[in-house]
Design a protein. Structure first.
Length: 295
């Protein structure tokens, strides 16, 4: 009994300590989630306005003049044989299936591109993605671990700047990003977003075309806006993934805290039952001994 009670007390202390850690991580993620969610909300209106301006400027004639709008031919018809895939994961774990879902989405897209005859250049952001592809022995074109959960526009420009040049030179068939889409803190599905070639945004149905006075002309504006649009797409992928990471970690840590509480309650009930049984047995032995002495 003594040995069993000591083991139970040790397990109870261990579960309590674990619960304190997971509860603290839940609170930290909740605090970080609010700031990350604010960045997502702040980025969306700008992206929508930028897309609307480009939709008003692009015409079929202009689309043929800009490499970022031009759809390359497939490899079988002499087009570029390389495609770039940018995977964004987190630097830390303890976020449930967040990173594994992103990696699964990336592997699925790699298989699809290779089945179409493309050689995939893999660019990785985050320790989790880097660690996985290093483990399976796949060669990567570039990797970054310094962006973390506070991405900036400069980070996005650094990630996609070289890819824009490669695509403009005709050496890449496409550039895609695998990231998380932040719907709600508990809904963060992985998505694959094509950023190059730029699919000219479609104006809202029934919307009124803005009556712009263009100076300089539409071609000069598009030369500046198209790379900006691509960088903004990557930036949105970074900030939404960062917010999704905190949401997934908060959910995972809340579940762990709740489970630890349930385990502690079960251990405590078991310990109390054993302790009560031991006390009852001791009382019975005392009563029995007393009766024997009297007899």
């Amino acid at each position: 009994m003594a040995k069993s009670s000591k083991a139970l007390r040790g397990r109870m202390r261990s579960v309590q300590n674990t619960r304190k850690i997971t509860r603290t991580m839940e609170l930290v993620s909740t605090s970080k989630l609010k700031r990350a969610q604010d960045r997502v909300v702040a980025a969306r209106p700008y992206a929508a306005a930028l897309a609307e301006v480009i939709a008003d400027l692009v015409t079929p004639e202009l689309a043929e003049r800009f490499p970022l709008l031009r759809q390359p031919a497939p490899p079988a018809r002499g087009g570029p044989s390389r495609a770039a895939l940018l995977l964004v994961t987190s630097n830390r774990g303890l976020a449930g299936g967040f990173n594994s879902n992103l990696i699964k989405e990336a592997r699925k897209r790699i298989e699809e591109l290779e089945a179409e005859g493309y050689q995939v250049d893999l660019h990785l952001v985050g320790r989790k993605g880097i660690g996985f592809f290093k483990y399976i022995g796949r060669r990567v074109a570039s990797q970054r671990i310094d962006i973390g959960d506070k991405p900036t526009v400069e980070h996005a420009a650094e990630l996609v700047g070289g890819l824009i040049d490669e695509y403009s030179a005709g050496r890449l068939a496409s550039v895609e990003i695998v990231c998380a889409k932040f719907n709600t803190p508990i809904s963060t599905p992985p998505i694959t977003l094509r950023v190059l070639p730029v699919a000219a945004p479609v104006r809202r149905q029934g919307g009124v075309r803005a009556d712009y006075i263009l100076k300089p002309g539409a071609d000069a504006l598009l030369a500046q806006l198209l790379p900006l649009y691509v960088r903004n797409q990557v930036y949105r992928g970074l900030v939404e993934t960062a917010a999704a990471e905190h949401g997934a970690r908060r959910t995972a840590m809340k579940n762990a805290t709740d489970n630890a509480g349930e385990i502690y309650d079960l251990l405590k009930r078991t310990y109390n039952r054993q302790r009560q049984a031991a006390i009852t047995q001791e009382i019975a032995e005392i009563v029995g001994g007393s009766a024997a002495l009297e007899g």
